[in-house]
Design a protein around this ligand. Structure first.
Ligand code: SF4
Ligand code: SF4
Length: 236
């Protein structure tokens, strides 16, 4: 049997019905290969069925389970207990919601509100360029794709937005900027002007202070700040 860890989660809770916030400790013995989503589930099954949290794919592909662990935004489905103990050098973990939108309950935030900021940049091809190879799929030359393919790995988990030092009220956020930059770099998109207008708007690119916190926390290892810097230089 693998090593067992006695851990304590200090969970930031919020009950919208009585508008009350508090921190609740949950202590339990868990195997090292359990993920934090599994730990949340164990809490629901064994200690407290009322603790609310979010997850969907639990394969680090949807971003739904993003939470703050000891003040660092990350995907709970990717974090093994054993790794967390080593990474944070503790058995106590402060768990909170990612505050990129209003908290609905406990660890659940209003993701629709968070997505509103991404929708503002229109994260899709607005005006499709004519395909040079009519009747075939649009083939992007590898040397062009190489310049931005890293950014297409974004799953909109909002970890970068949670780490960003710019306020969500004044800044659309690193992932929204990234979505816009991807489309500007995408040769299938003809509508560059509208995109540049959004990028350079009041809530756009220049709200970024180049702190690079976004790049440090991205679970998909995207150097978000690099793409924002490219856009600031107009070097698409
Ligand atoms: S850039 Fe990275 S951290 Fe930000 S939303 Fe996309 S995947 Fe998440
Ligand atoms: S580099 Fe810019 S976008 Fe990234 S965390 Fe810092 S301020 Fe936010």
């Amino acid at each position: 049997m693998g090593k067992v860890y006695k851990i304590t989660l200090e969970v930031e809770r919020f009950d919208p019905d009585i508008r009350r916030s508090w921190v609740q400790d949950y202590s339990l013995e868990v195997g090292g290969i359990l993920r934090f989503t599994d730990v949340f589930r164990r809490i629901n099954e064994e200690l407290d069925p009322t603790l609310a949290w979010n997850s969907s794919c639990e394969h680090a592909q949807c971003g739904t389970c993003a939470v703050m662990v000891n003040h660092r935004p990350l995907l709970a489905c990717e974090l093994l207990v054993e790794n967390a103990v080593h990474q944070f050098s503790t058995m106590r973990f402060r768990i909170g919601p990612i505050k990129v939108a209003p908290v609905v309950r406990d660890l659940v935030v209003d993701l629709e509100k968070a997505y509103d900021r991404v929708h503002k940049v229109k994260p899709y091809v607005i005006n499709r360029a004519k395909n040079p190879l009519e009747g075939h799929e649009y083939r992007i030359p590898p040397e062009i794709l190489d310049r931005y393919v890293e950014a297409t790995r974004c799953i909109n988990c909002f970890c970068c937005a949670a780490a960003c030092i710019s306020h969500p009220r004044s800044f659309l956020g690193p992932n929204a900027m990234l979505a816009s930059i991807v489309r500007i770099m995408d040769p299938r998109e003809e509508e560059k002007e509208e995109r540049l207008k959004i990028l350079h708007s009041e809530q756009g690119l220049y709200r970024c202070h180049t702190s690079k916190a976004c790049s440090h926390v991205c679970p998909k290892q995207i150097d978000v700040a690099h793409f924002l810097a490219l856009a600031k230089q107009g070097a698409f």
